[in-house]
Design a protein around this ligand. Structure first.
Ligand code: SAH
Length: 353
């Protein structure tokens, strides 16, 4: 049974060993409760005294033997106290780091595994790309550290983030590194995993919904589409592509998805044209996907730089180059859901494939 209980202003007596009740106590305090602790190895056995001494509204059972639980529940019942049963912190002598992919920013698009890791976290390191609006609610009582990155400016340098992750885990804490999208797509997740391994800290990675696929999707653009594109390449535009890379990107065909590419867009467009991509090739820039300020700018390689001068797109944005950009327009719907199979046939006919 799952019951929501508003603990604000209530006095909660927590039963269990200090290390095992740590998360429960932090959560109740964060919810505005006054927390009384009956801690120690045989907490439940020593229960009667504080119950007599204090005014208690709720008894929270977290940890102890089944016999102790029975005594506690009987006692609470005799005092007409509600009993709340909570999960103990399982022993983690060396602490633990979990890299959580938070998805593209919408609170609905984080995984259940990600939410669970946050709920159990003692410390959360987050930045602006992850879904942080409701982080207080998702990780109640956890210490929140903003390592916020803005383009071209790392508020906390990457090595310092890694040092923090390891140091907190070595204190025996459960540490979550919450990231935007997927931790392993331009997220420096690999470096953080490596830092943990080197320090002997157990580390888990929870995948996330990457913006490379979901943000075009939010604008109705499928990265692949039958008979239109059967491959997609995801590249980082944070530094300009070399001539060799541009030649390969043009040669590949399919869809090109560029992250962190707003600053180098003129270079990308000129480079793709120079290596033979047609001026008519469609291109879309999807800014701030899944937010109220989501905006899509559609043009072609020949016209995009004029459009960009007008609309001045800003990061975070995903750039999509390829025939798939025309799919939502041809289907006459903006949410990417084709209405009829005739619509599919017409786009294929129009593209001449
Ligand atoms: N690990 C992330 C990507 C990190 S790189 C992932 O898998 O999505 C950061 C870049 O991702 C941004 O510069 C932008 O290109 C893109 N991005 C992330 N979230 C976005 C969003 N909500 N809207 C548009 N672009 C986004």
């Amino acid at each position: 049974m799952h019951v929501e209980l508003d603990l604000a202003g209530l006095t909660v007596l927590v039963v269990g060993r200090a290390d095992r009740t740590r998360r429960a106590r932090a959560r109740y305090t964060a919810a505005g409760a006054r927390v009384l602790e009956v801690l120690g190895e045989h907490a439940a056995a020593r229960l009667e005294q504080p119950l007599d001494a204090a005014h208690v509204d709720v008894l929270a059972w977290v940890d102890g033997t089944p016999a102790e639980r029975e005594t506690t529940v009987a006692l609470a019942r005799s005092m007409r106290l509600p009993v709340l049963t909570d999960a103990p912190v399982e022993p983690t002598p060396r602490g633990h780091v979990t890299l959580v992919g938070g998805g593209p920013g919408d609170a609905e698009l984080i995984t259940l595994a990600g939410r669970r890791a946050l709920a159990e976290a003692d410390v959360v390191l987050h930045d602006r790309l992850g879904p942080t609006d409701r982080i207080d609610e998702w990780a109640p009582g956890a210490e929140l550290i903003d390592v916020g990155k803005t383009p071209g400016h790392h508020a906390v340098p990457q090595r310092e983030i890694e040092r923090l992750l390891v140091a907190r885990a070595l204190e025996g804490l459960r540490v979550v590194r919450l990231k935007g999208g997927d931790p392993f797509v331009f997220g420096r997740g690999g470096e953080e995993v490596h830092a943990c391994r080197v320090a002997g800290v157990p580390v888990t990675v929870v995948p996330g919904v990457t913006s490379a696929v979901s943000v075009p999707g939010a604008a109705g653009i499928p990265v692949t589409h039958r008979e239109v594109s059967r491959a997609f390449t995801v590249a980082s535009g944070h530094v300009p592509f070399s001539e060799e890379e541009l030649a390969h990107l043009v040669g590949l065909g399919g869809t090109l998805v560029v992250l962190m590419g707003v600053g180098t867009l003129p270079h990308l467009v000129a480079g793709l044209r120079r290596h033979g991509m047609a001026a008519e090739m469609p291109i879309a820039i999807v800014e701030r996907g899944f937010s109220a300020g989501q905006r899509t700018t559609v043009s072609d390689l020949g016209g995009i730089l004029h459009r960009v001068a007008e609309v001045r797109p800003a990061s975070p944005a995903v750039i999509v180059v390829g025939e798939v950009v025309r799919v939502p327009e041809t289907f006459g719907c903006e949410d990417g859901r084709p209405e009829t199979s005739d619509a599919v046939a017409s786009v294929i006919a129009r593209l001449g494939t």
